[in-house]
Ligand binder design. Structure first.
Ligand SMILES: Nc1ncnc2c1ncn2[C@@H]1O[C@H](COP(=O)(O)OP(=O)(O)OP(=O)(O)O)[C@@H](O)[C@H]1O
Ligand SMILES: O=P(O)(O)OC[C@H]1O[C@H](OP(=O)(O)OP(=O)(O)O)[C@H](O)[C@@H]1O
Length: 289
């Protein structure tokens, strides 16, 4: 990992207690407390190294894995296997055109010039629109640029671009609008298809633990025993809610993991069925596999 995904990845490794010191300008670091080496590579190169089995595990965008897979000859299976959605680095690879122009649909770009860093995915996308078969020449001209893709239309190099969008600010500043989506992406943990060893499984398990902890909170509340079945449906937990008897007769305490993004609605629903003393606690780490 490098670039956009680097900080979240470093935080994730810290959460997994992977300790290392990276010397300035060095792209390799030995881990102090585990017999592994970390290699810092551009996101686009990671699927190649992992796919060829040179690196066991990688963190990159799903868009990069899709681009790598799109370059493979028909029938060849990818050497890169996605094992975990990491939840950060969310963005969309979108077809964009000048806001003020007359193009409103991707099909209007067929036969014209398109600039992108994702040539294989773009070729597939336009081949789909043209009904082009393998071997038949694509009439849309796809050109590669490594960065600042958004400048291509204004510079007269392209009629449209295929580029990543997160907040949409780059697109807006360049006077572009999105008219179609090629791929929706988040950062993913990938493994080399043929790699399988204890360390790989250990690291995967630690990463899964940290990601799960980030996605969930622990919700605790008290509820009359008569409402327990209804409340358990609202907070079913990952496996099942933990129920503890209270000293007060006919009351129980419930403790259950809830997805962070659902917690406000869950609390509203719990209140409605008579829950009291609802507490929501952050989870520092977890291991559920
Ligand atoms: N604006 C963005 N917001 C969120 N995620 C993004 C954004 N741009 C890119 N990404 C994700 O991050 C990945 C890496 O992008 P980035 O351009 O930073 O690559 P890099 O080659 O690793 O870094 P650098 O170009 O700095 O060497 C992309 O493939 C995509 O999945
Ligand atoms: O929707 P936004 O939040 O504005 O993000 C999108 C921009 O981020 C990425 O570029 P990056 O800044 O990584 O550099 P690059 O243009 O050199 O690829 C992407 O290629 C867009 O240009």
């Amino acid at each position: 990992m490098k670039g956009r995904l680097q900080q979240a990845t470093l935080d994730l490794l810290a959460g997994c207690d992977v300790q290392f010191r990276r010397e300035t300008r060095l792209d390799i670091a030995l881990v102090k407390n585990l017999p592994i080496a970390l290699i810092f590579l551009p996101a686009a190169d990671i699927p190649t190294f992992v796919g060829e089995g040179r690196v066991d595990l990688g963190i990159t965008g799903r868009d990069q894995v899709a681009e790598h897979d799109a370059t493979l000859p028909a029938g060849e299976t990818s050497g890169v296997e996605e094992i975990l959605d990491l939840g950060f680095g969310g963005c969309k690879l979108q077809v964009q055109v000048p806001e003020k122009g007359d193009i409103t649909e991707a099909s209007q770009l067929v036969g014209r010039n398109v600039v992108t860093s994702f040539t294989a995915l773009s070729e597939k996308f336009f081949a789909g629109l043209e009904g082009a078969q393998d071997g038949k020449k694509l009439s849309t001209k796809i050109k590669y640029v490594g960065g600042s893709v958004e400048a291509a239309c204004a510079l007269g190099v392209a009629d449209g671009i295929v580029d990543l969008v997160e907040s949409g600010e780059t697109m807006k500043a360049a006077g572009l609008k999105a008219i179609d989506t090629v791929v929706t992406s988040t950062a993913v943990l990938v493994k080399s298809r043929d790699s399988n060893n204890e360390l790989l499984n250990l690291l995967t398990s630690r990463i899964r633990g940290v990601i799960t902890a980030q996605k969930f909170v622990l919700c605790q509340y008290n509820i009359p025993r008569s409402e327990l079945v209804t409340a358990s449906k609202i907070t079913p937990g990952k496996r099942a809610p933990t129920i503890t008897a209270l000293e007060e007769e006919n009351w129980v305490a419930v403790s259950s993991m809830v997805e962070k993004k659902r917690i406000a609605t869950v609390m509203d629903e719990l209140i409605k069925v008579g829950a009291t003393d609802i507490l929501v606690l952050n989870i520092a780490n977890s291991r559920t596999d």
